[in-house]
Design a protein around this ligand. Structure first.
Ligand code: AMP
Length: 630
């Protein structure tokens, strides 16, 4: 099997602080060669990966006792005996591990921690087991990104990246394992913290600012450092588009304060209290007063229009590195506005379960982004998906929750997917997930050598998303029901029809909008406070990732209910039918994205109400409430 490039080892052999050019060239060549090798024989590599995973784990309870795999390591037996599963199927095993059972249940290597996925189960984040060596696999994937990028944009080693990176709160399971998001785990690891100098991981944000647990101080100090080093910045970004836009909006709100600090060469002690952040920023970045820079930033930020603010403040920026595929595509117009149309670059596709792949053509249009899955990362299978055609009305896909025997046999291997076909991704990982449905739908867009490249189509069932939150139709339905039962029923009122919309354009941060057509039988007028209570109850009923976005990350704004006039949903149906929907099969879409439909709904709004306060949220799972640690 081709050996992964040793990113860290190579980088550490650089001779000077700019990274010796020959070392960089060699390192890039090695990474590109690795990609070429693994994409040339994906099927062989996949056979090897599966064999390795199964032989290492032949003795684990899940394979040996629950599914009687009997030490087999070949694909045929594996596919015959091991079912395709979703999270709920291994929930009992996950709970045992979380509660402290250290016997080899899913994996022969010790589970080092749980990665808390933004996907949810029963309203709580899913817990993905991981093992120490997975960190190397993630690092390998990261080490491929800049060599790929450098083929298209030269000289990136000559400056810095201004990336807004954050950690989130974490908790411990009752058995004492950390439970935290994968990026928090990565930024806190020595792989990230003690990385040797490498021009490609040379960021304007010192580690201390990224690792600051207070999100306000972290954002403030990262922006300040980015402004102080503005001429060195060659690329800007965040993980998701929503995070980058949040940084720009933060700047919009706080530039006078930032300029005051830059002018004074100090950090306002009432704003930045974190000692590590103060120390590092004051000794390494903001070392003296810089009235000239402060004046410049003030002039630019004080202008009426913020169009092109990125290129104005960071004039050497060559691209914006953020994920704009999937639900994040809703942010493309805003990013174009702030960046004056700089290339938007999506470099990788990854999850808590496993890091999947890279975009080998990073300067392509966002709508054309295709990720090449790296066959060494895991064993991949693909479940064919048949999506409903939807005339732009909804974007839902229907798939059975658990697969029957015939469907289990429909899964194809990485080397067998067909151009233009859509599939749901299923992974078998080194950390103990076997034939696990990730929940993403991908379409084959092309091939690199013999390895397929995939467009990200959508997340299965998700109807609403602003940031990391993913709300599905069932959750939304039950949240609406809770609100109606708790507040409208007393007035003899109910919701005759509803739909929803993730509004990311009228306000920042974006927020969920519910359009409700009411059926009112009572005679008492319903006071506005009742609708506001409905908003809050819906929020309280949504999953923990949503509530964290509202409370801790402040990445989601208050939920809004818009009451529409009677007959609005009939008009919606007429419209869908005029677009070609079948009258017999028409169902009200529970989420709308198509601009003319949103305009139609908005034209019928008679009143609108917002959630008056944040819903409740605490880190960790509900059932661990005695065991929490920030
Ligand atoms: P999490 O498990 O919270 O890390 O979220 C992982 C999920 O985020 C994936 O399964 C995708 O649904 C989504 N995601 C990750 N990378 C991308 C990408 N490049 N484009 C679109 N969606 C992505």
């Amino acid at each position: 099997m081709p050996e992964a490039p040793k990113a860290v080892a190579v980088a550490s052999s650089s001779h000077n602080s700019n990274g010796s050019l020959t070392t960089i060239v060699e390192k890039n060549k090695r990474a590109l060669q690795f990609i070429d090798d693994v994409t040339s024989s994906p099927d062989d590599i996949q056979t090897h990966v599966l064999r390795e995973i199964l032989s290492r784990n032949f003795d684990v309870e899940y394979l040996k006792l629950r599914h009687r795999l009997n030490g087999a390591t070949d694909r045929r037996t594996f596919k015959k005996l091991i079912p395709v599963i979703a999270y709920e199927d291994i929930h009992p095993e996950i709970t045992r591990i979380a509660n402290g059972d250290t016997s080899p249940i899913l994996c022969s290597s010790p589970i080092s921690e749980f990665l808390t996925s933004s996907g949810t189960s029963a309203g709580e984040r899913k817990l993905m087991p991981t093992i120490a060596e997975e960190m190397d696999r993630r690092s390998t994937l990261y080490s491929l990104l800049m060599p790929v990028m450098s083929q298209f944009v030269p000289d990136l080693e000559k400056g810095k990246g201004m990336y807004f990176l954050f950690i989130k709160s974490e908790s411990k399971t009752p058995g004492g394992l950390p439970a935290r998001p994968v990026l928090t785990s990565y930024y806190k690891s020595s792989h990230f913290k003690n990385r040797p100098f490498d021009p490609y991981t040379n960021y304007t944000s010192p580690n201390e600012t990224i690792l600051c647990p207070d999100s306000y101080q972290s954002m403030y100090s990262q922006l300040l450092c980015g402004l102080c080093q503005r001429t060195q910045v060659l690329r800007v970004g965040a993980v998701f588009a929503s995070g980058f836009i949040r940084a720009i909006q933060f700047l919009q709100k706080h530039w006078p304060l930032l300029c005051r600090d830059i002018r004074a060469g100090s950090l306002d002690p009432s704003v930045i209290t974190d000692p590590a952040v103060r120390e590092t920023v004051l000794t390494k970045v903001l070392m003296r007063p810089d009235p000239e820079l402060a004046g410049f930033v003030e002039t630019e930020c004080g202008k009426d229009s913020w169009q092109g603010i990125i290129t104005r403040l960071w004039p050497n920026t060559k691209y914006v590195d953020v994920i704009v595929t999937g639900t994040m595509s809703q942010y493309i117009p805003t990013l174009d506005f702030y960046s004056n149309g700089l290339p938007l670059v999506c470099t990788m596709y990854a999850s808590s379960e496993c890091y999947f792949g890279v975009n080998l053509n990073p300067l392509c249009k966002p709508s054309e982004v295709a990720y090449t899955l790296i066959p060494t990362m895991a064993y991949f299978e693909f479940l064919p998906v048949h999506r409903n055609s939807n005339n732009g009305v909804s974007n839902s896909i229907s798939m059975p929750k658990s697969l029957n025997e015939k469907e289990q046999q429909e899964l194809v291997d990485l080397a067998d997917v067909k151009l233009g076909h859509e599939y749901e991704l299923v992974v078998t990982t080194y950390a103990g997930l076997y034939r696990y449905r990730v929940g993403d739908v991908l379409r084959v867009a092309g091939f690199k050598n013999k390895a397929p490249q995939f467009n990200f189509i959508c997340r299965k069932n998700v109807v609403l998303s602003i940031d990391a939150d993913k709300t599905d139709e069932v959750e939304l339905q039950s949240a609406v029901k809770n609100a109606v039962d708790a507040h409208l029923a007393a007035f003899d009122g109910s919701v005759a029809e509803y739909t929803s919309y993730a509004d990311t354009t009228t306000a920042v941060p974006g927020h969920y909008v519910l359009y409700w057509e009411l059926s009112l039988k009572g005679t008492t007028a319903i006071p506005p406070s009742v609708y506001e209570d409905c908003c809050l109850t819906v929020e309280e009923s949504l999953n923990s990732v949503y509530r964290q976005g509202r409370v801790s990350d402040k990445s989601i704004g208050p939920l809004e209910i818009k009451i529409v006039e009677q007959g609005t949903f009939d008009k919606l149906m007429d419209y869908a039918i005029s677009l070609g929907a079948s009258i017999n099969q028409y169902k009200t879409p529970r989420c709308v994205k198509y601009e003319p439909i949103i305009e139609l709904l908005n034209s019928k709004v008679v009143a609108s109400y917002f959630s008056p306060k944040c819903p409740k949220w605490v880190p960790g799972h509900k059932q661990w409430s005695n065991n929490m640690k920030n």
